[in-house]
Write a protein that binds this ligand. Structure first.
Ligand SMILES: Cc1cc2nc3c(=O)[nH]c(=O)nc-3n(C[C@H](O)[C@H](O)[C@H](O)COP(=O)(O)OP(=O)(O)OC[C@H]3O[C@@H](n4cnc5c(N)ncnc54)[C@H](O)[C@@H]3O)c2cc1C
Length: 322
């Protein structure tokens, strides 16, 4: 019988959406007798834990100052909790914090660290992971009794694609969503850098669906507004619309933005190979069945020529009302 511990990251006083996703995926794979607990550290708004559905207890470590404990402190608290409770598996979202903490906890306990695995873990006790940009499925057998599973978007895409659809919205609804997202957009802009796409906090990327080089001006406008960078698919680079330094994917750059806006990009596996660490993906595509919607958090079905100017106006409007 398994005892799962889910590391819940706080964000702006709430449980981060990616952590809540991990919690719910763990709930879906419980067998009879399995147990689940959550761990969150730092101050939370009242009712912040209400988003977590299902069974289990959440351990909330309240810290004084600083409000968010250091990585060392988190590593110590989590390791102690795992030992005390006898947890068998720790699940974490593959965010920047998750990627920093997981190896430290694995070394402290010790535990096997499984990153980017796609199997319906842990029923077989064998973990599968796509390698070589998705062309080979490798199997791993963890050596330690305790496992740490870092769940990235690879996991979401392969294992849960039939269960989880992106929140596709009609374009008319998006200004409302943007208004709700305004504090988040401002927080991302504050930390965003437009120097190099590998480092950018926000990327607005275009593919063949942009139609020609001139239309990338729309992407530059939106990227400038958001303090982000422009990226491109290989098709756009092959067309000569953008330089190779902006190509994202297997033969381009790997990126890790907080927000990735894919415009007229189909979502080929070689492009997605560069996006494994992107946190929130928004896709604009005229084809509702484009594979990019399988990995998108938000999907807008529409023509980039129509959607982009309106989206840019809506973002400008939201940012003006600071
Ligand atoms: C070895 C190898 C390495 C590769 N490396 C990379 C890599 O690093 N990066 C990379 O990106 N690709 C790479 N590729 C290429 C990859 O397989 C795809 O061909 C490429 O990503 C497709 O680019 P795209 O999505 O822009 O174009 P397409 O696949 O042509 O898709 C265009 C999309 O735009 C949509 N669209 C069309 N018109 C509009 C409109 N007006 N409004 C909205 N949407 C519209 C269409 O519905 C479609 O989904 C590689 C391929 C190989 C074989």
């Amino acid at each position: 019988m398994a005892y799962y511990l889910v590391f819940l990251e706080p964000r702006n006083g709430l449980v981060a959406g990616v952590s809540a996703d991990v919690w719910h995926r763990v709930q879906e794979q419980l067998f009879s007798g399995d147990r689940v607990a959550g761990f969150v550290a730092g101050s939370l708004s009242s009712g912040a834990l209400d988003v977590l559905q299902g069974s289990g207890t959440v351990h909330h470590a309240l810290s004084g100052r600083p409000a968010v404990p250091s990585d060392m402190e988190l590593c110590r608290m989590l390791s102690e909790l795992v030992r005390k409770e006898g947890c068998t598996d720790i699940f974490m979202a593959a965010t920047a914090a998750g990627r920093r903490l997981a190896p430290a906890i694995a070394a402290t306990l010790p535990a096997s660290l499984l990153a980017g695995c796609t199997s319906a873990y842990p029923d077989e006790k064998v973990c599968r992971r796509y390698i070589h940009s998705g062309s080979v499925l490798a199997a791993y057998r963890p050596q330690s009794a305790i496992r740490i599973v870092l769940q990235g978007r690879e996991h979401r895409r392969v294992t849960f694609s039939s269960l989880e659809r992106p929140r596709c919205v009609a374009f008319q609804e998006s200004p409302g969503i943007l208004r709700d997202a305004a504090p988040l957009i401002r927080a991302i802009i504050a930390t965003s850098s437009s120097e190099d796409i590998s480092e950018a906090g926000i990327i607005v990327a275009g593919g063949r669906g942009m139609g020609d080089a001139g239309r990338f001006a729309m992407l530059e406008e939106l990227a400038n507004l958001l303090g982000g960078s422009v990226g491109a698919s290989r098709s756009a680079v092959d067309e000569g619309w953008r330089p190779h330094s902006q190509q994202i994917g297997q033969t381009g750059k790997s990126v890790a933005p907080e927000l990735y806006i894919a415009c007229g990009i189909s979502g080929a596996v070689q492009h997605l190979a560069g996006l494994a660490s992107a946190r929130t993906i928004v896709a604009i595509n005229s084809d509702p069945y484009a594979p990019v919607f399988d990995v998108a958090d938000y999907g807008i079905v529409g023509d980039v020529r129509e959607v982009l100017p309106r989206l840019t106006d809506a973002v400008r409007d939201v940012l003006r009302k600071k």
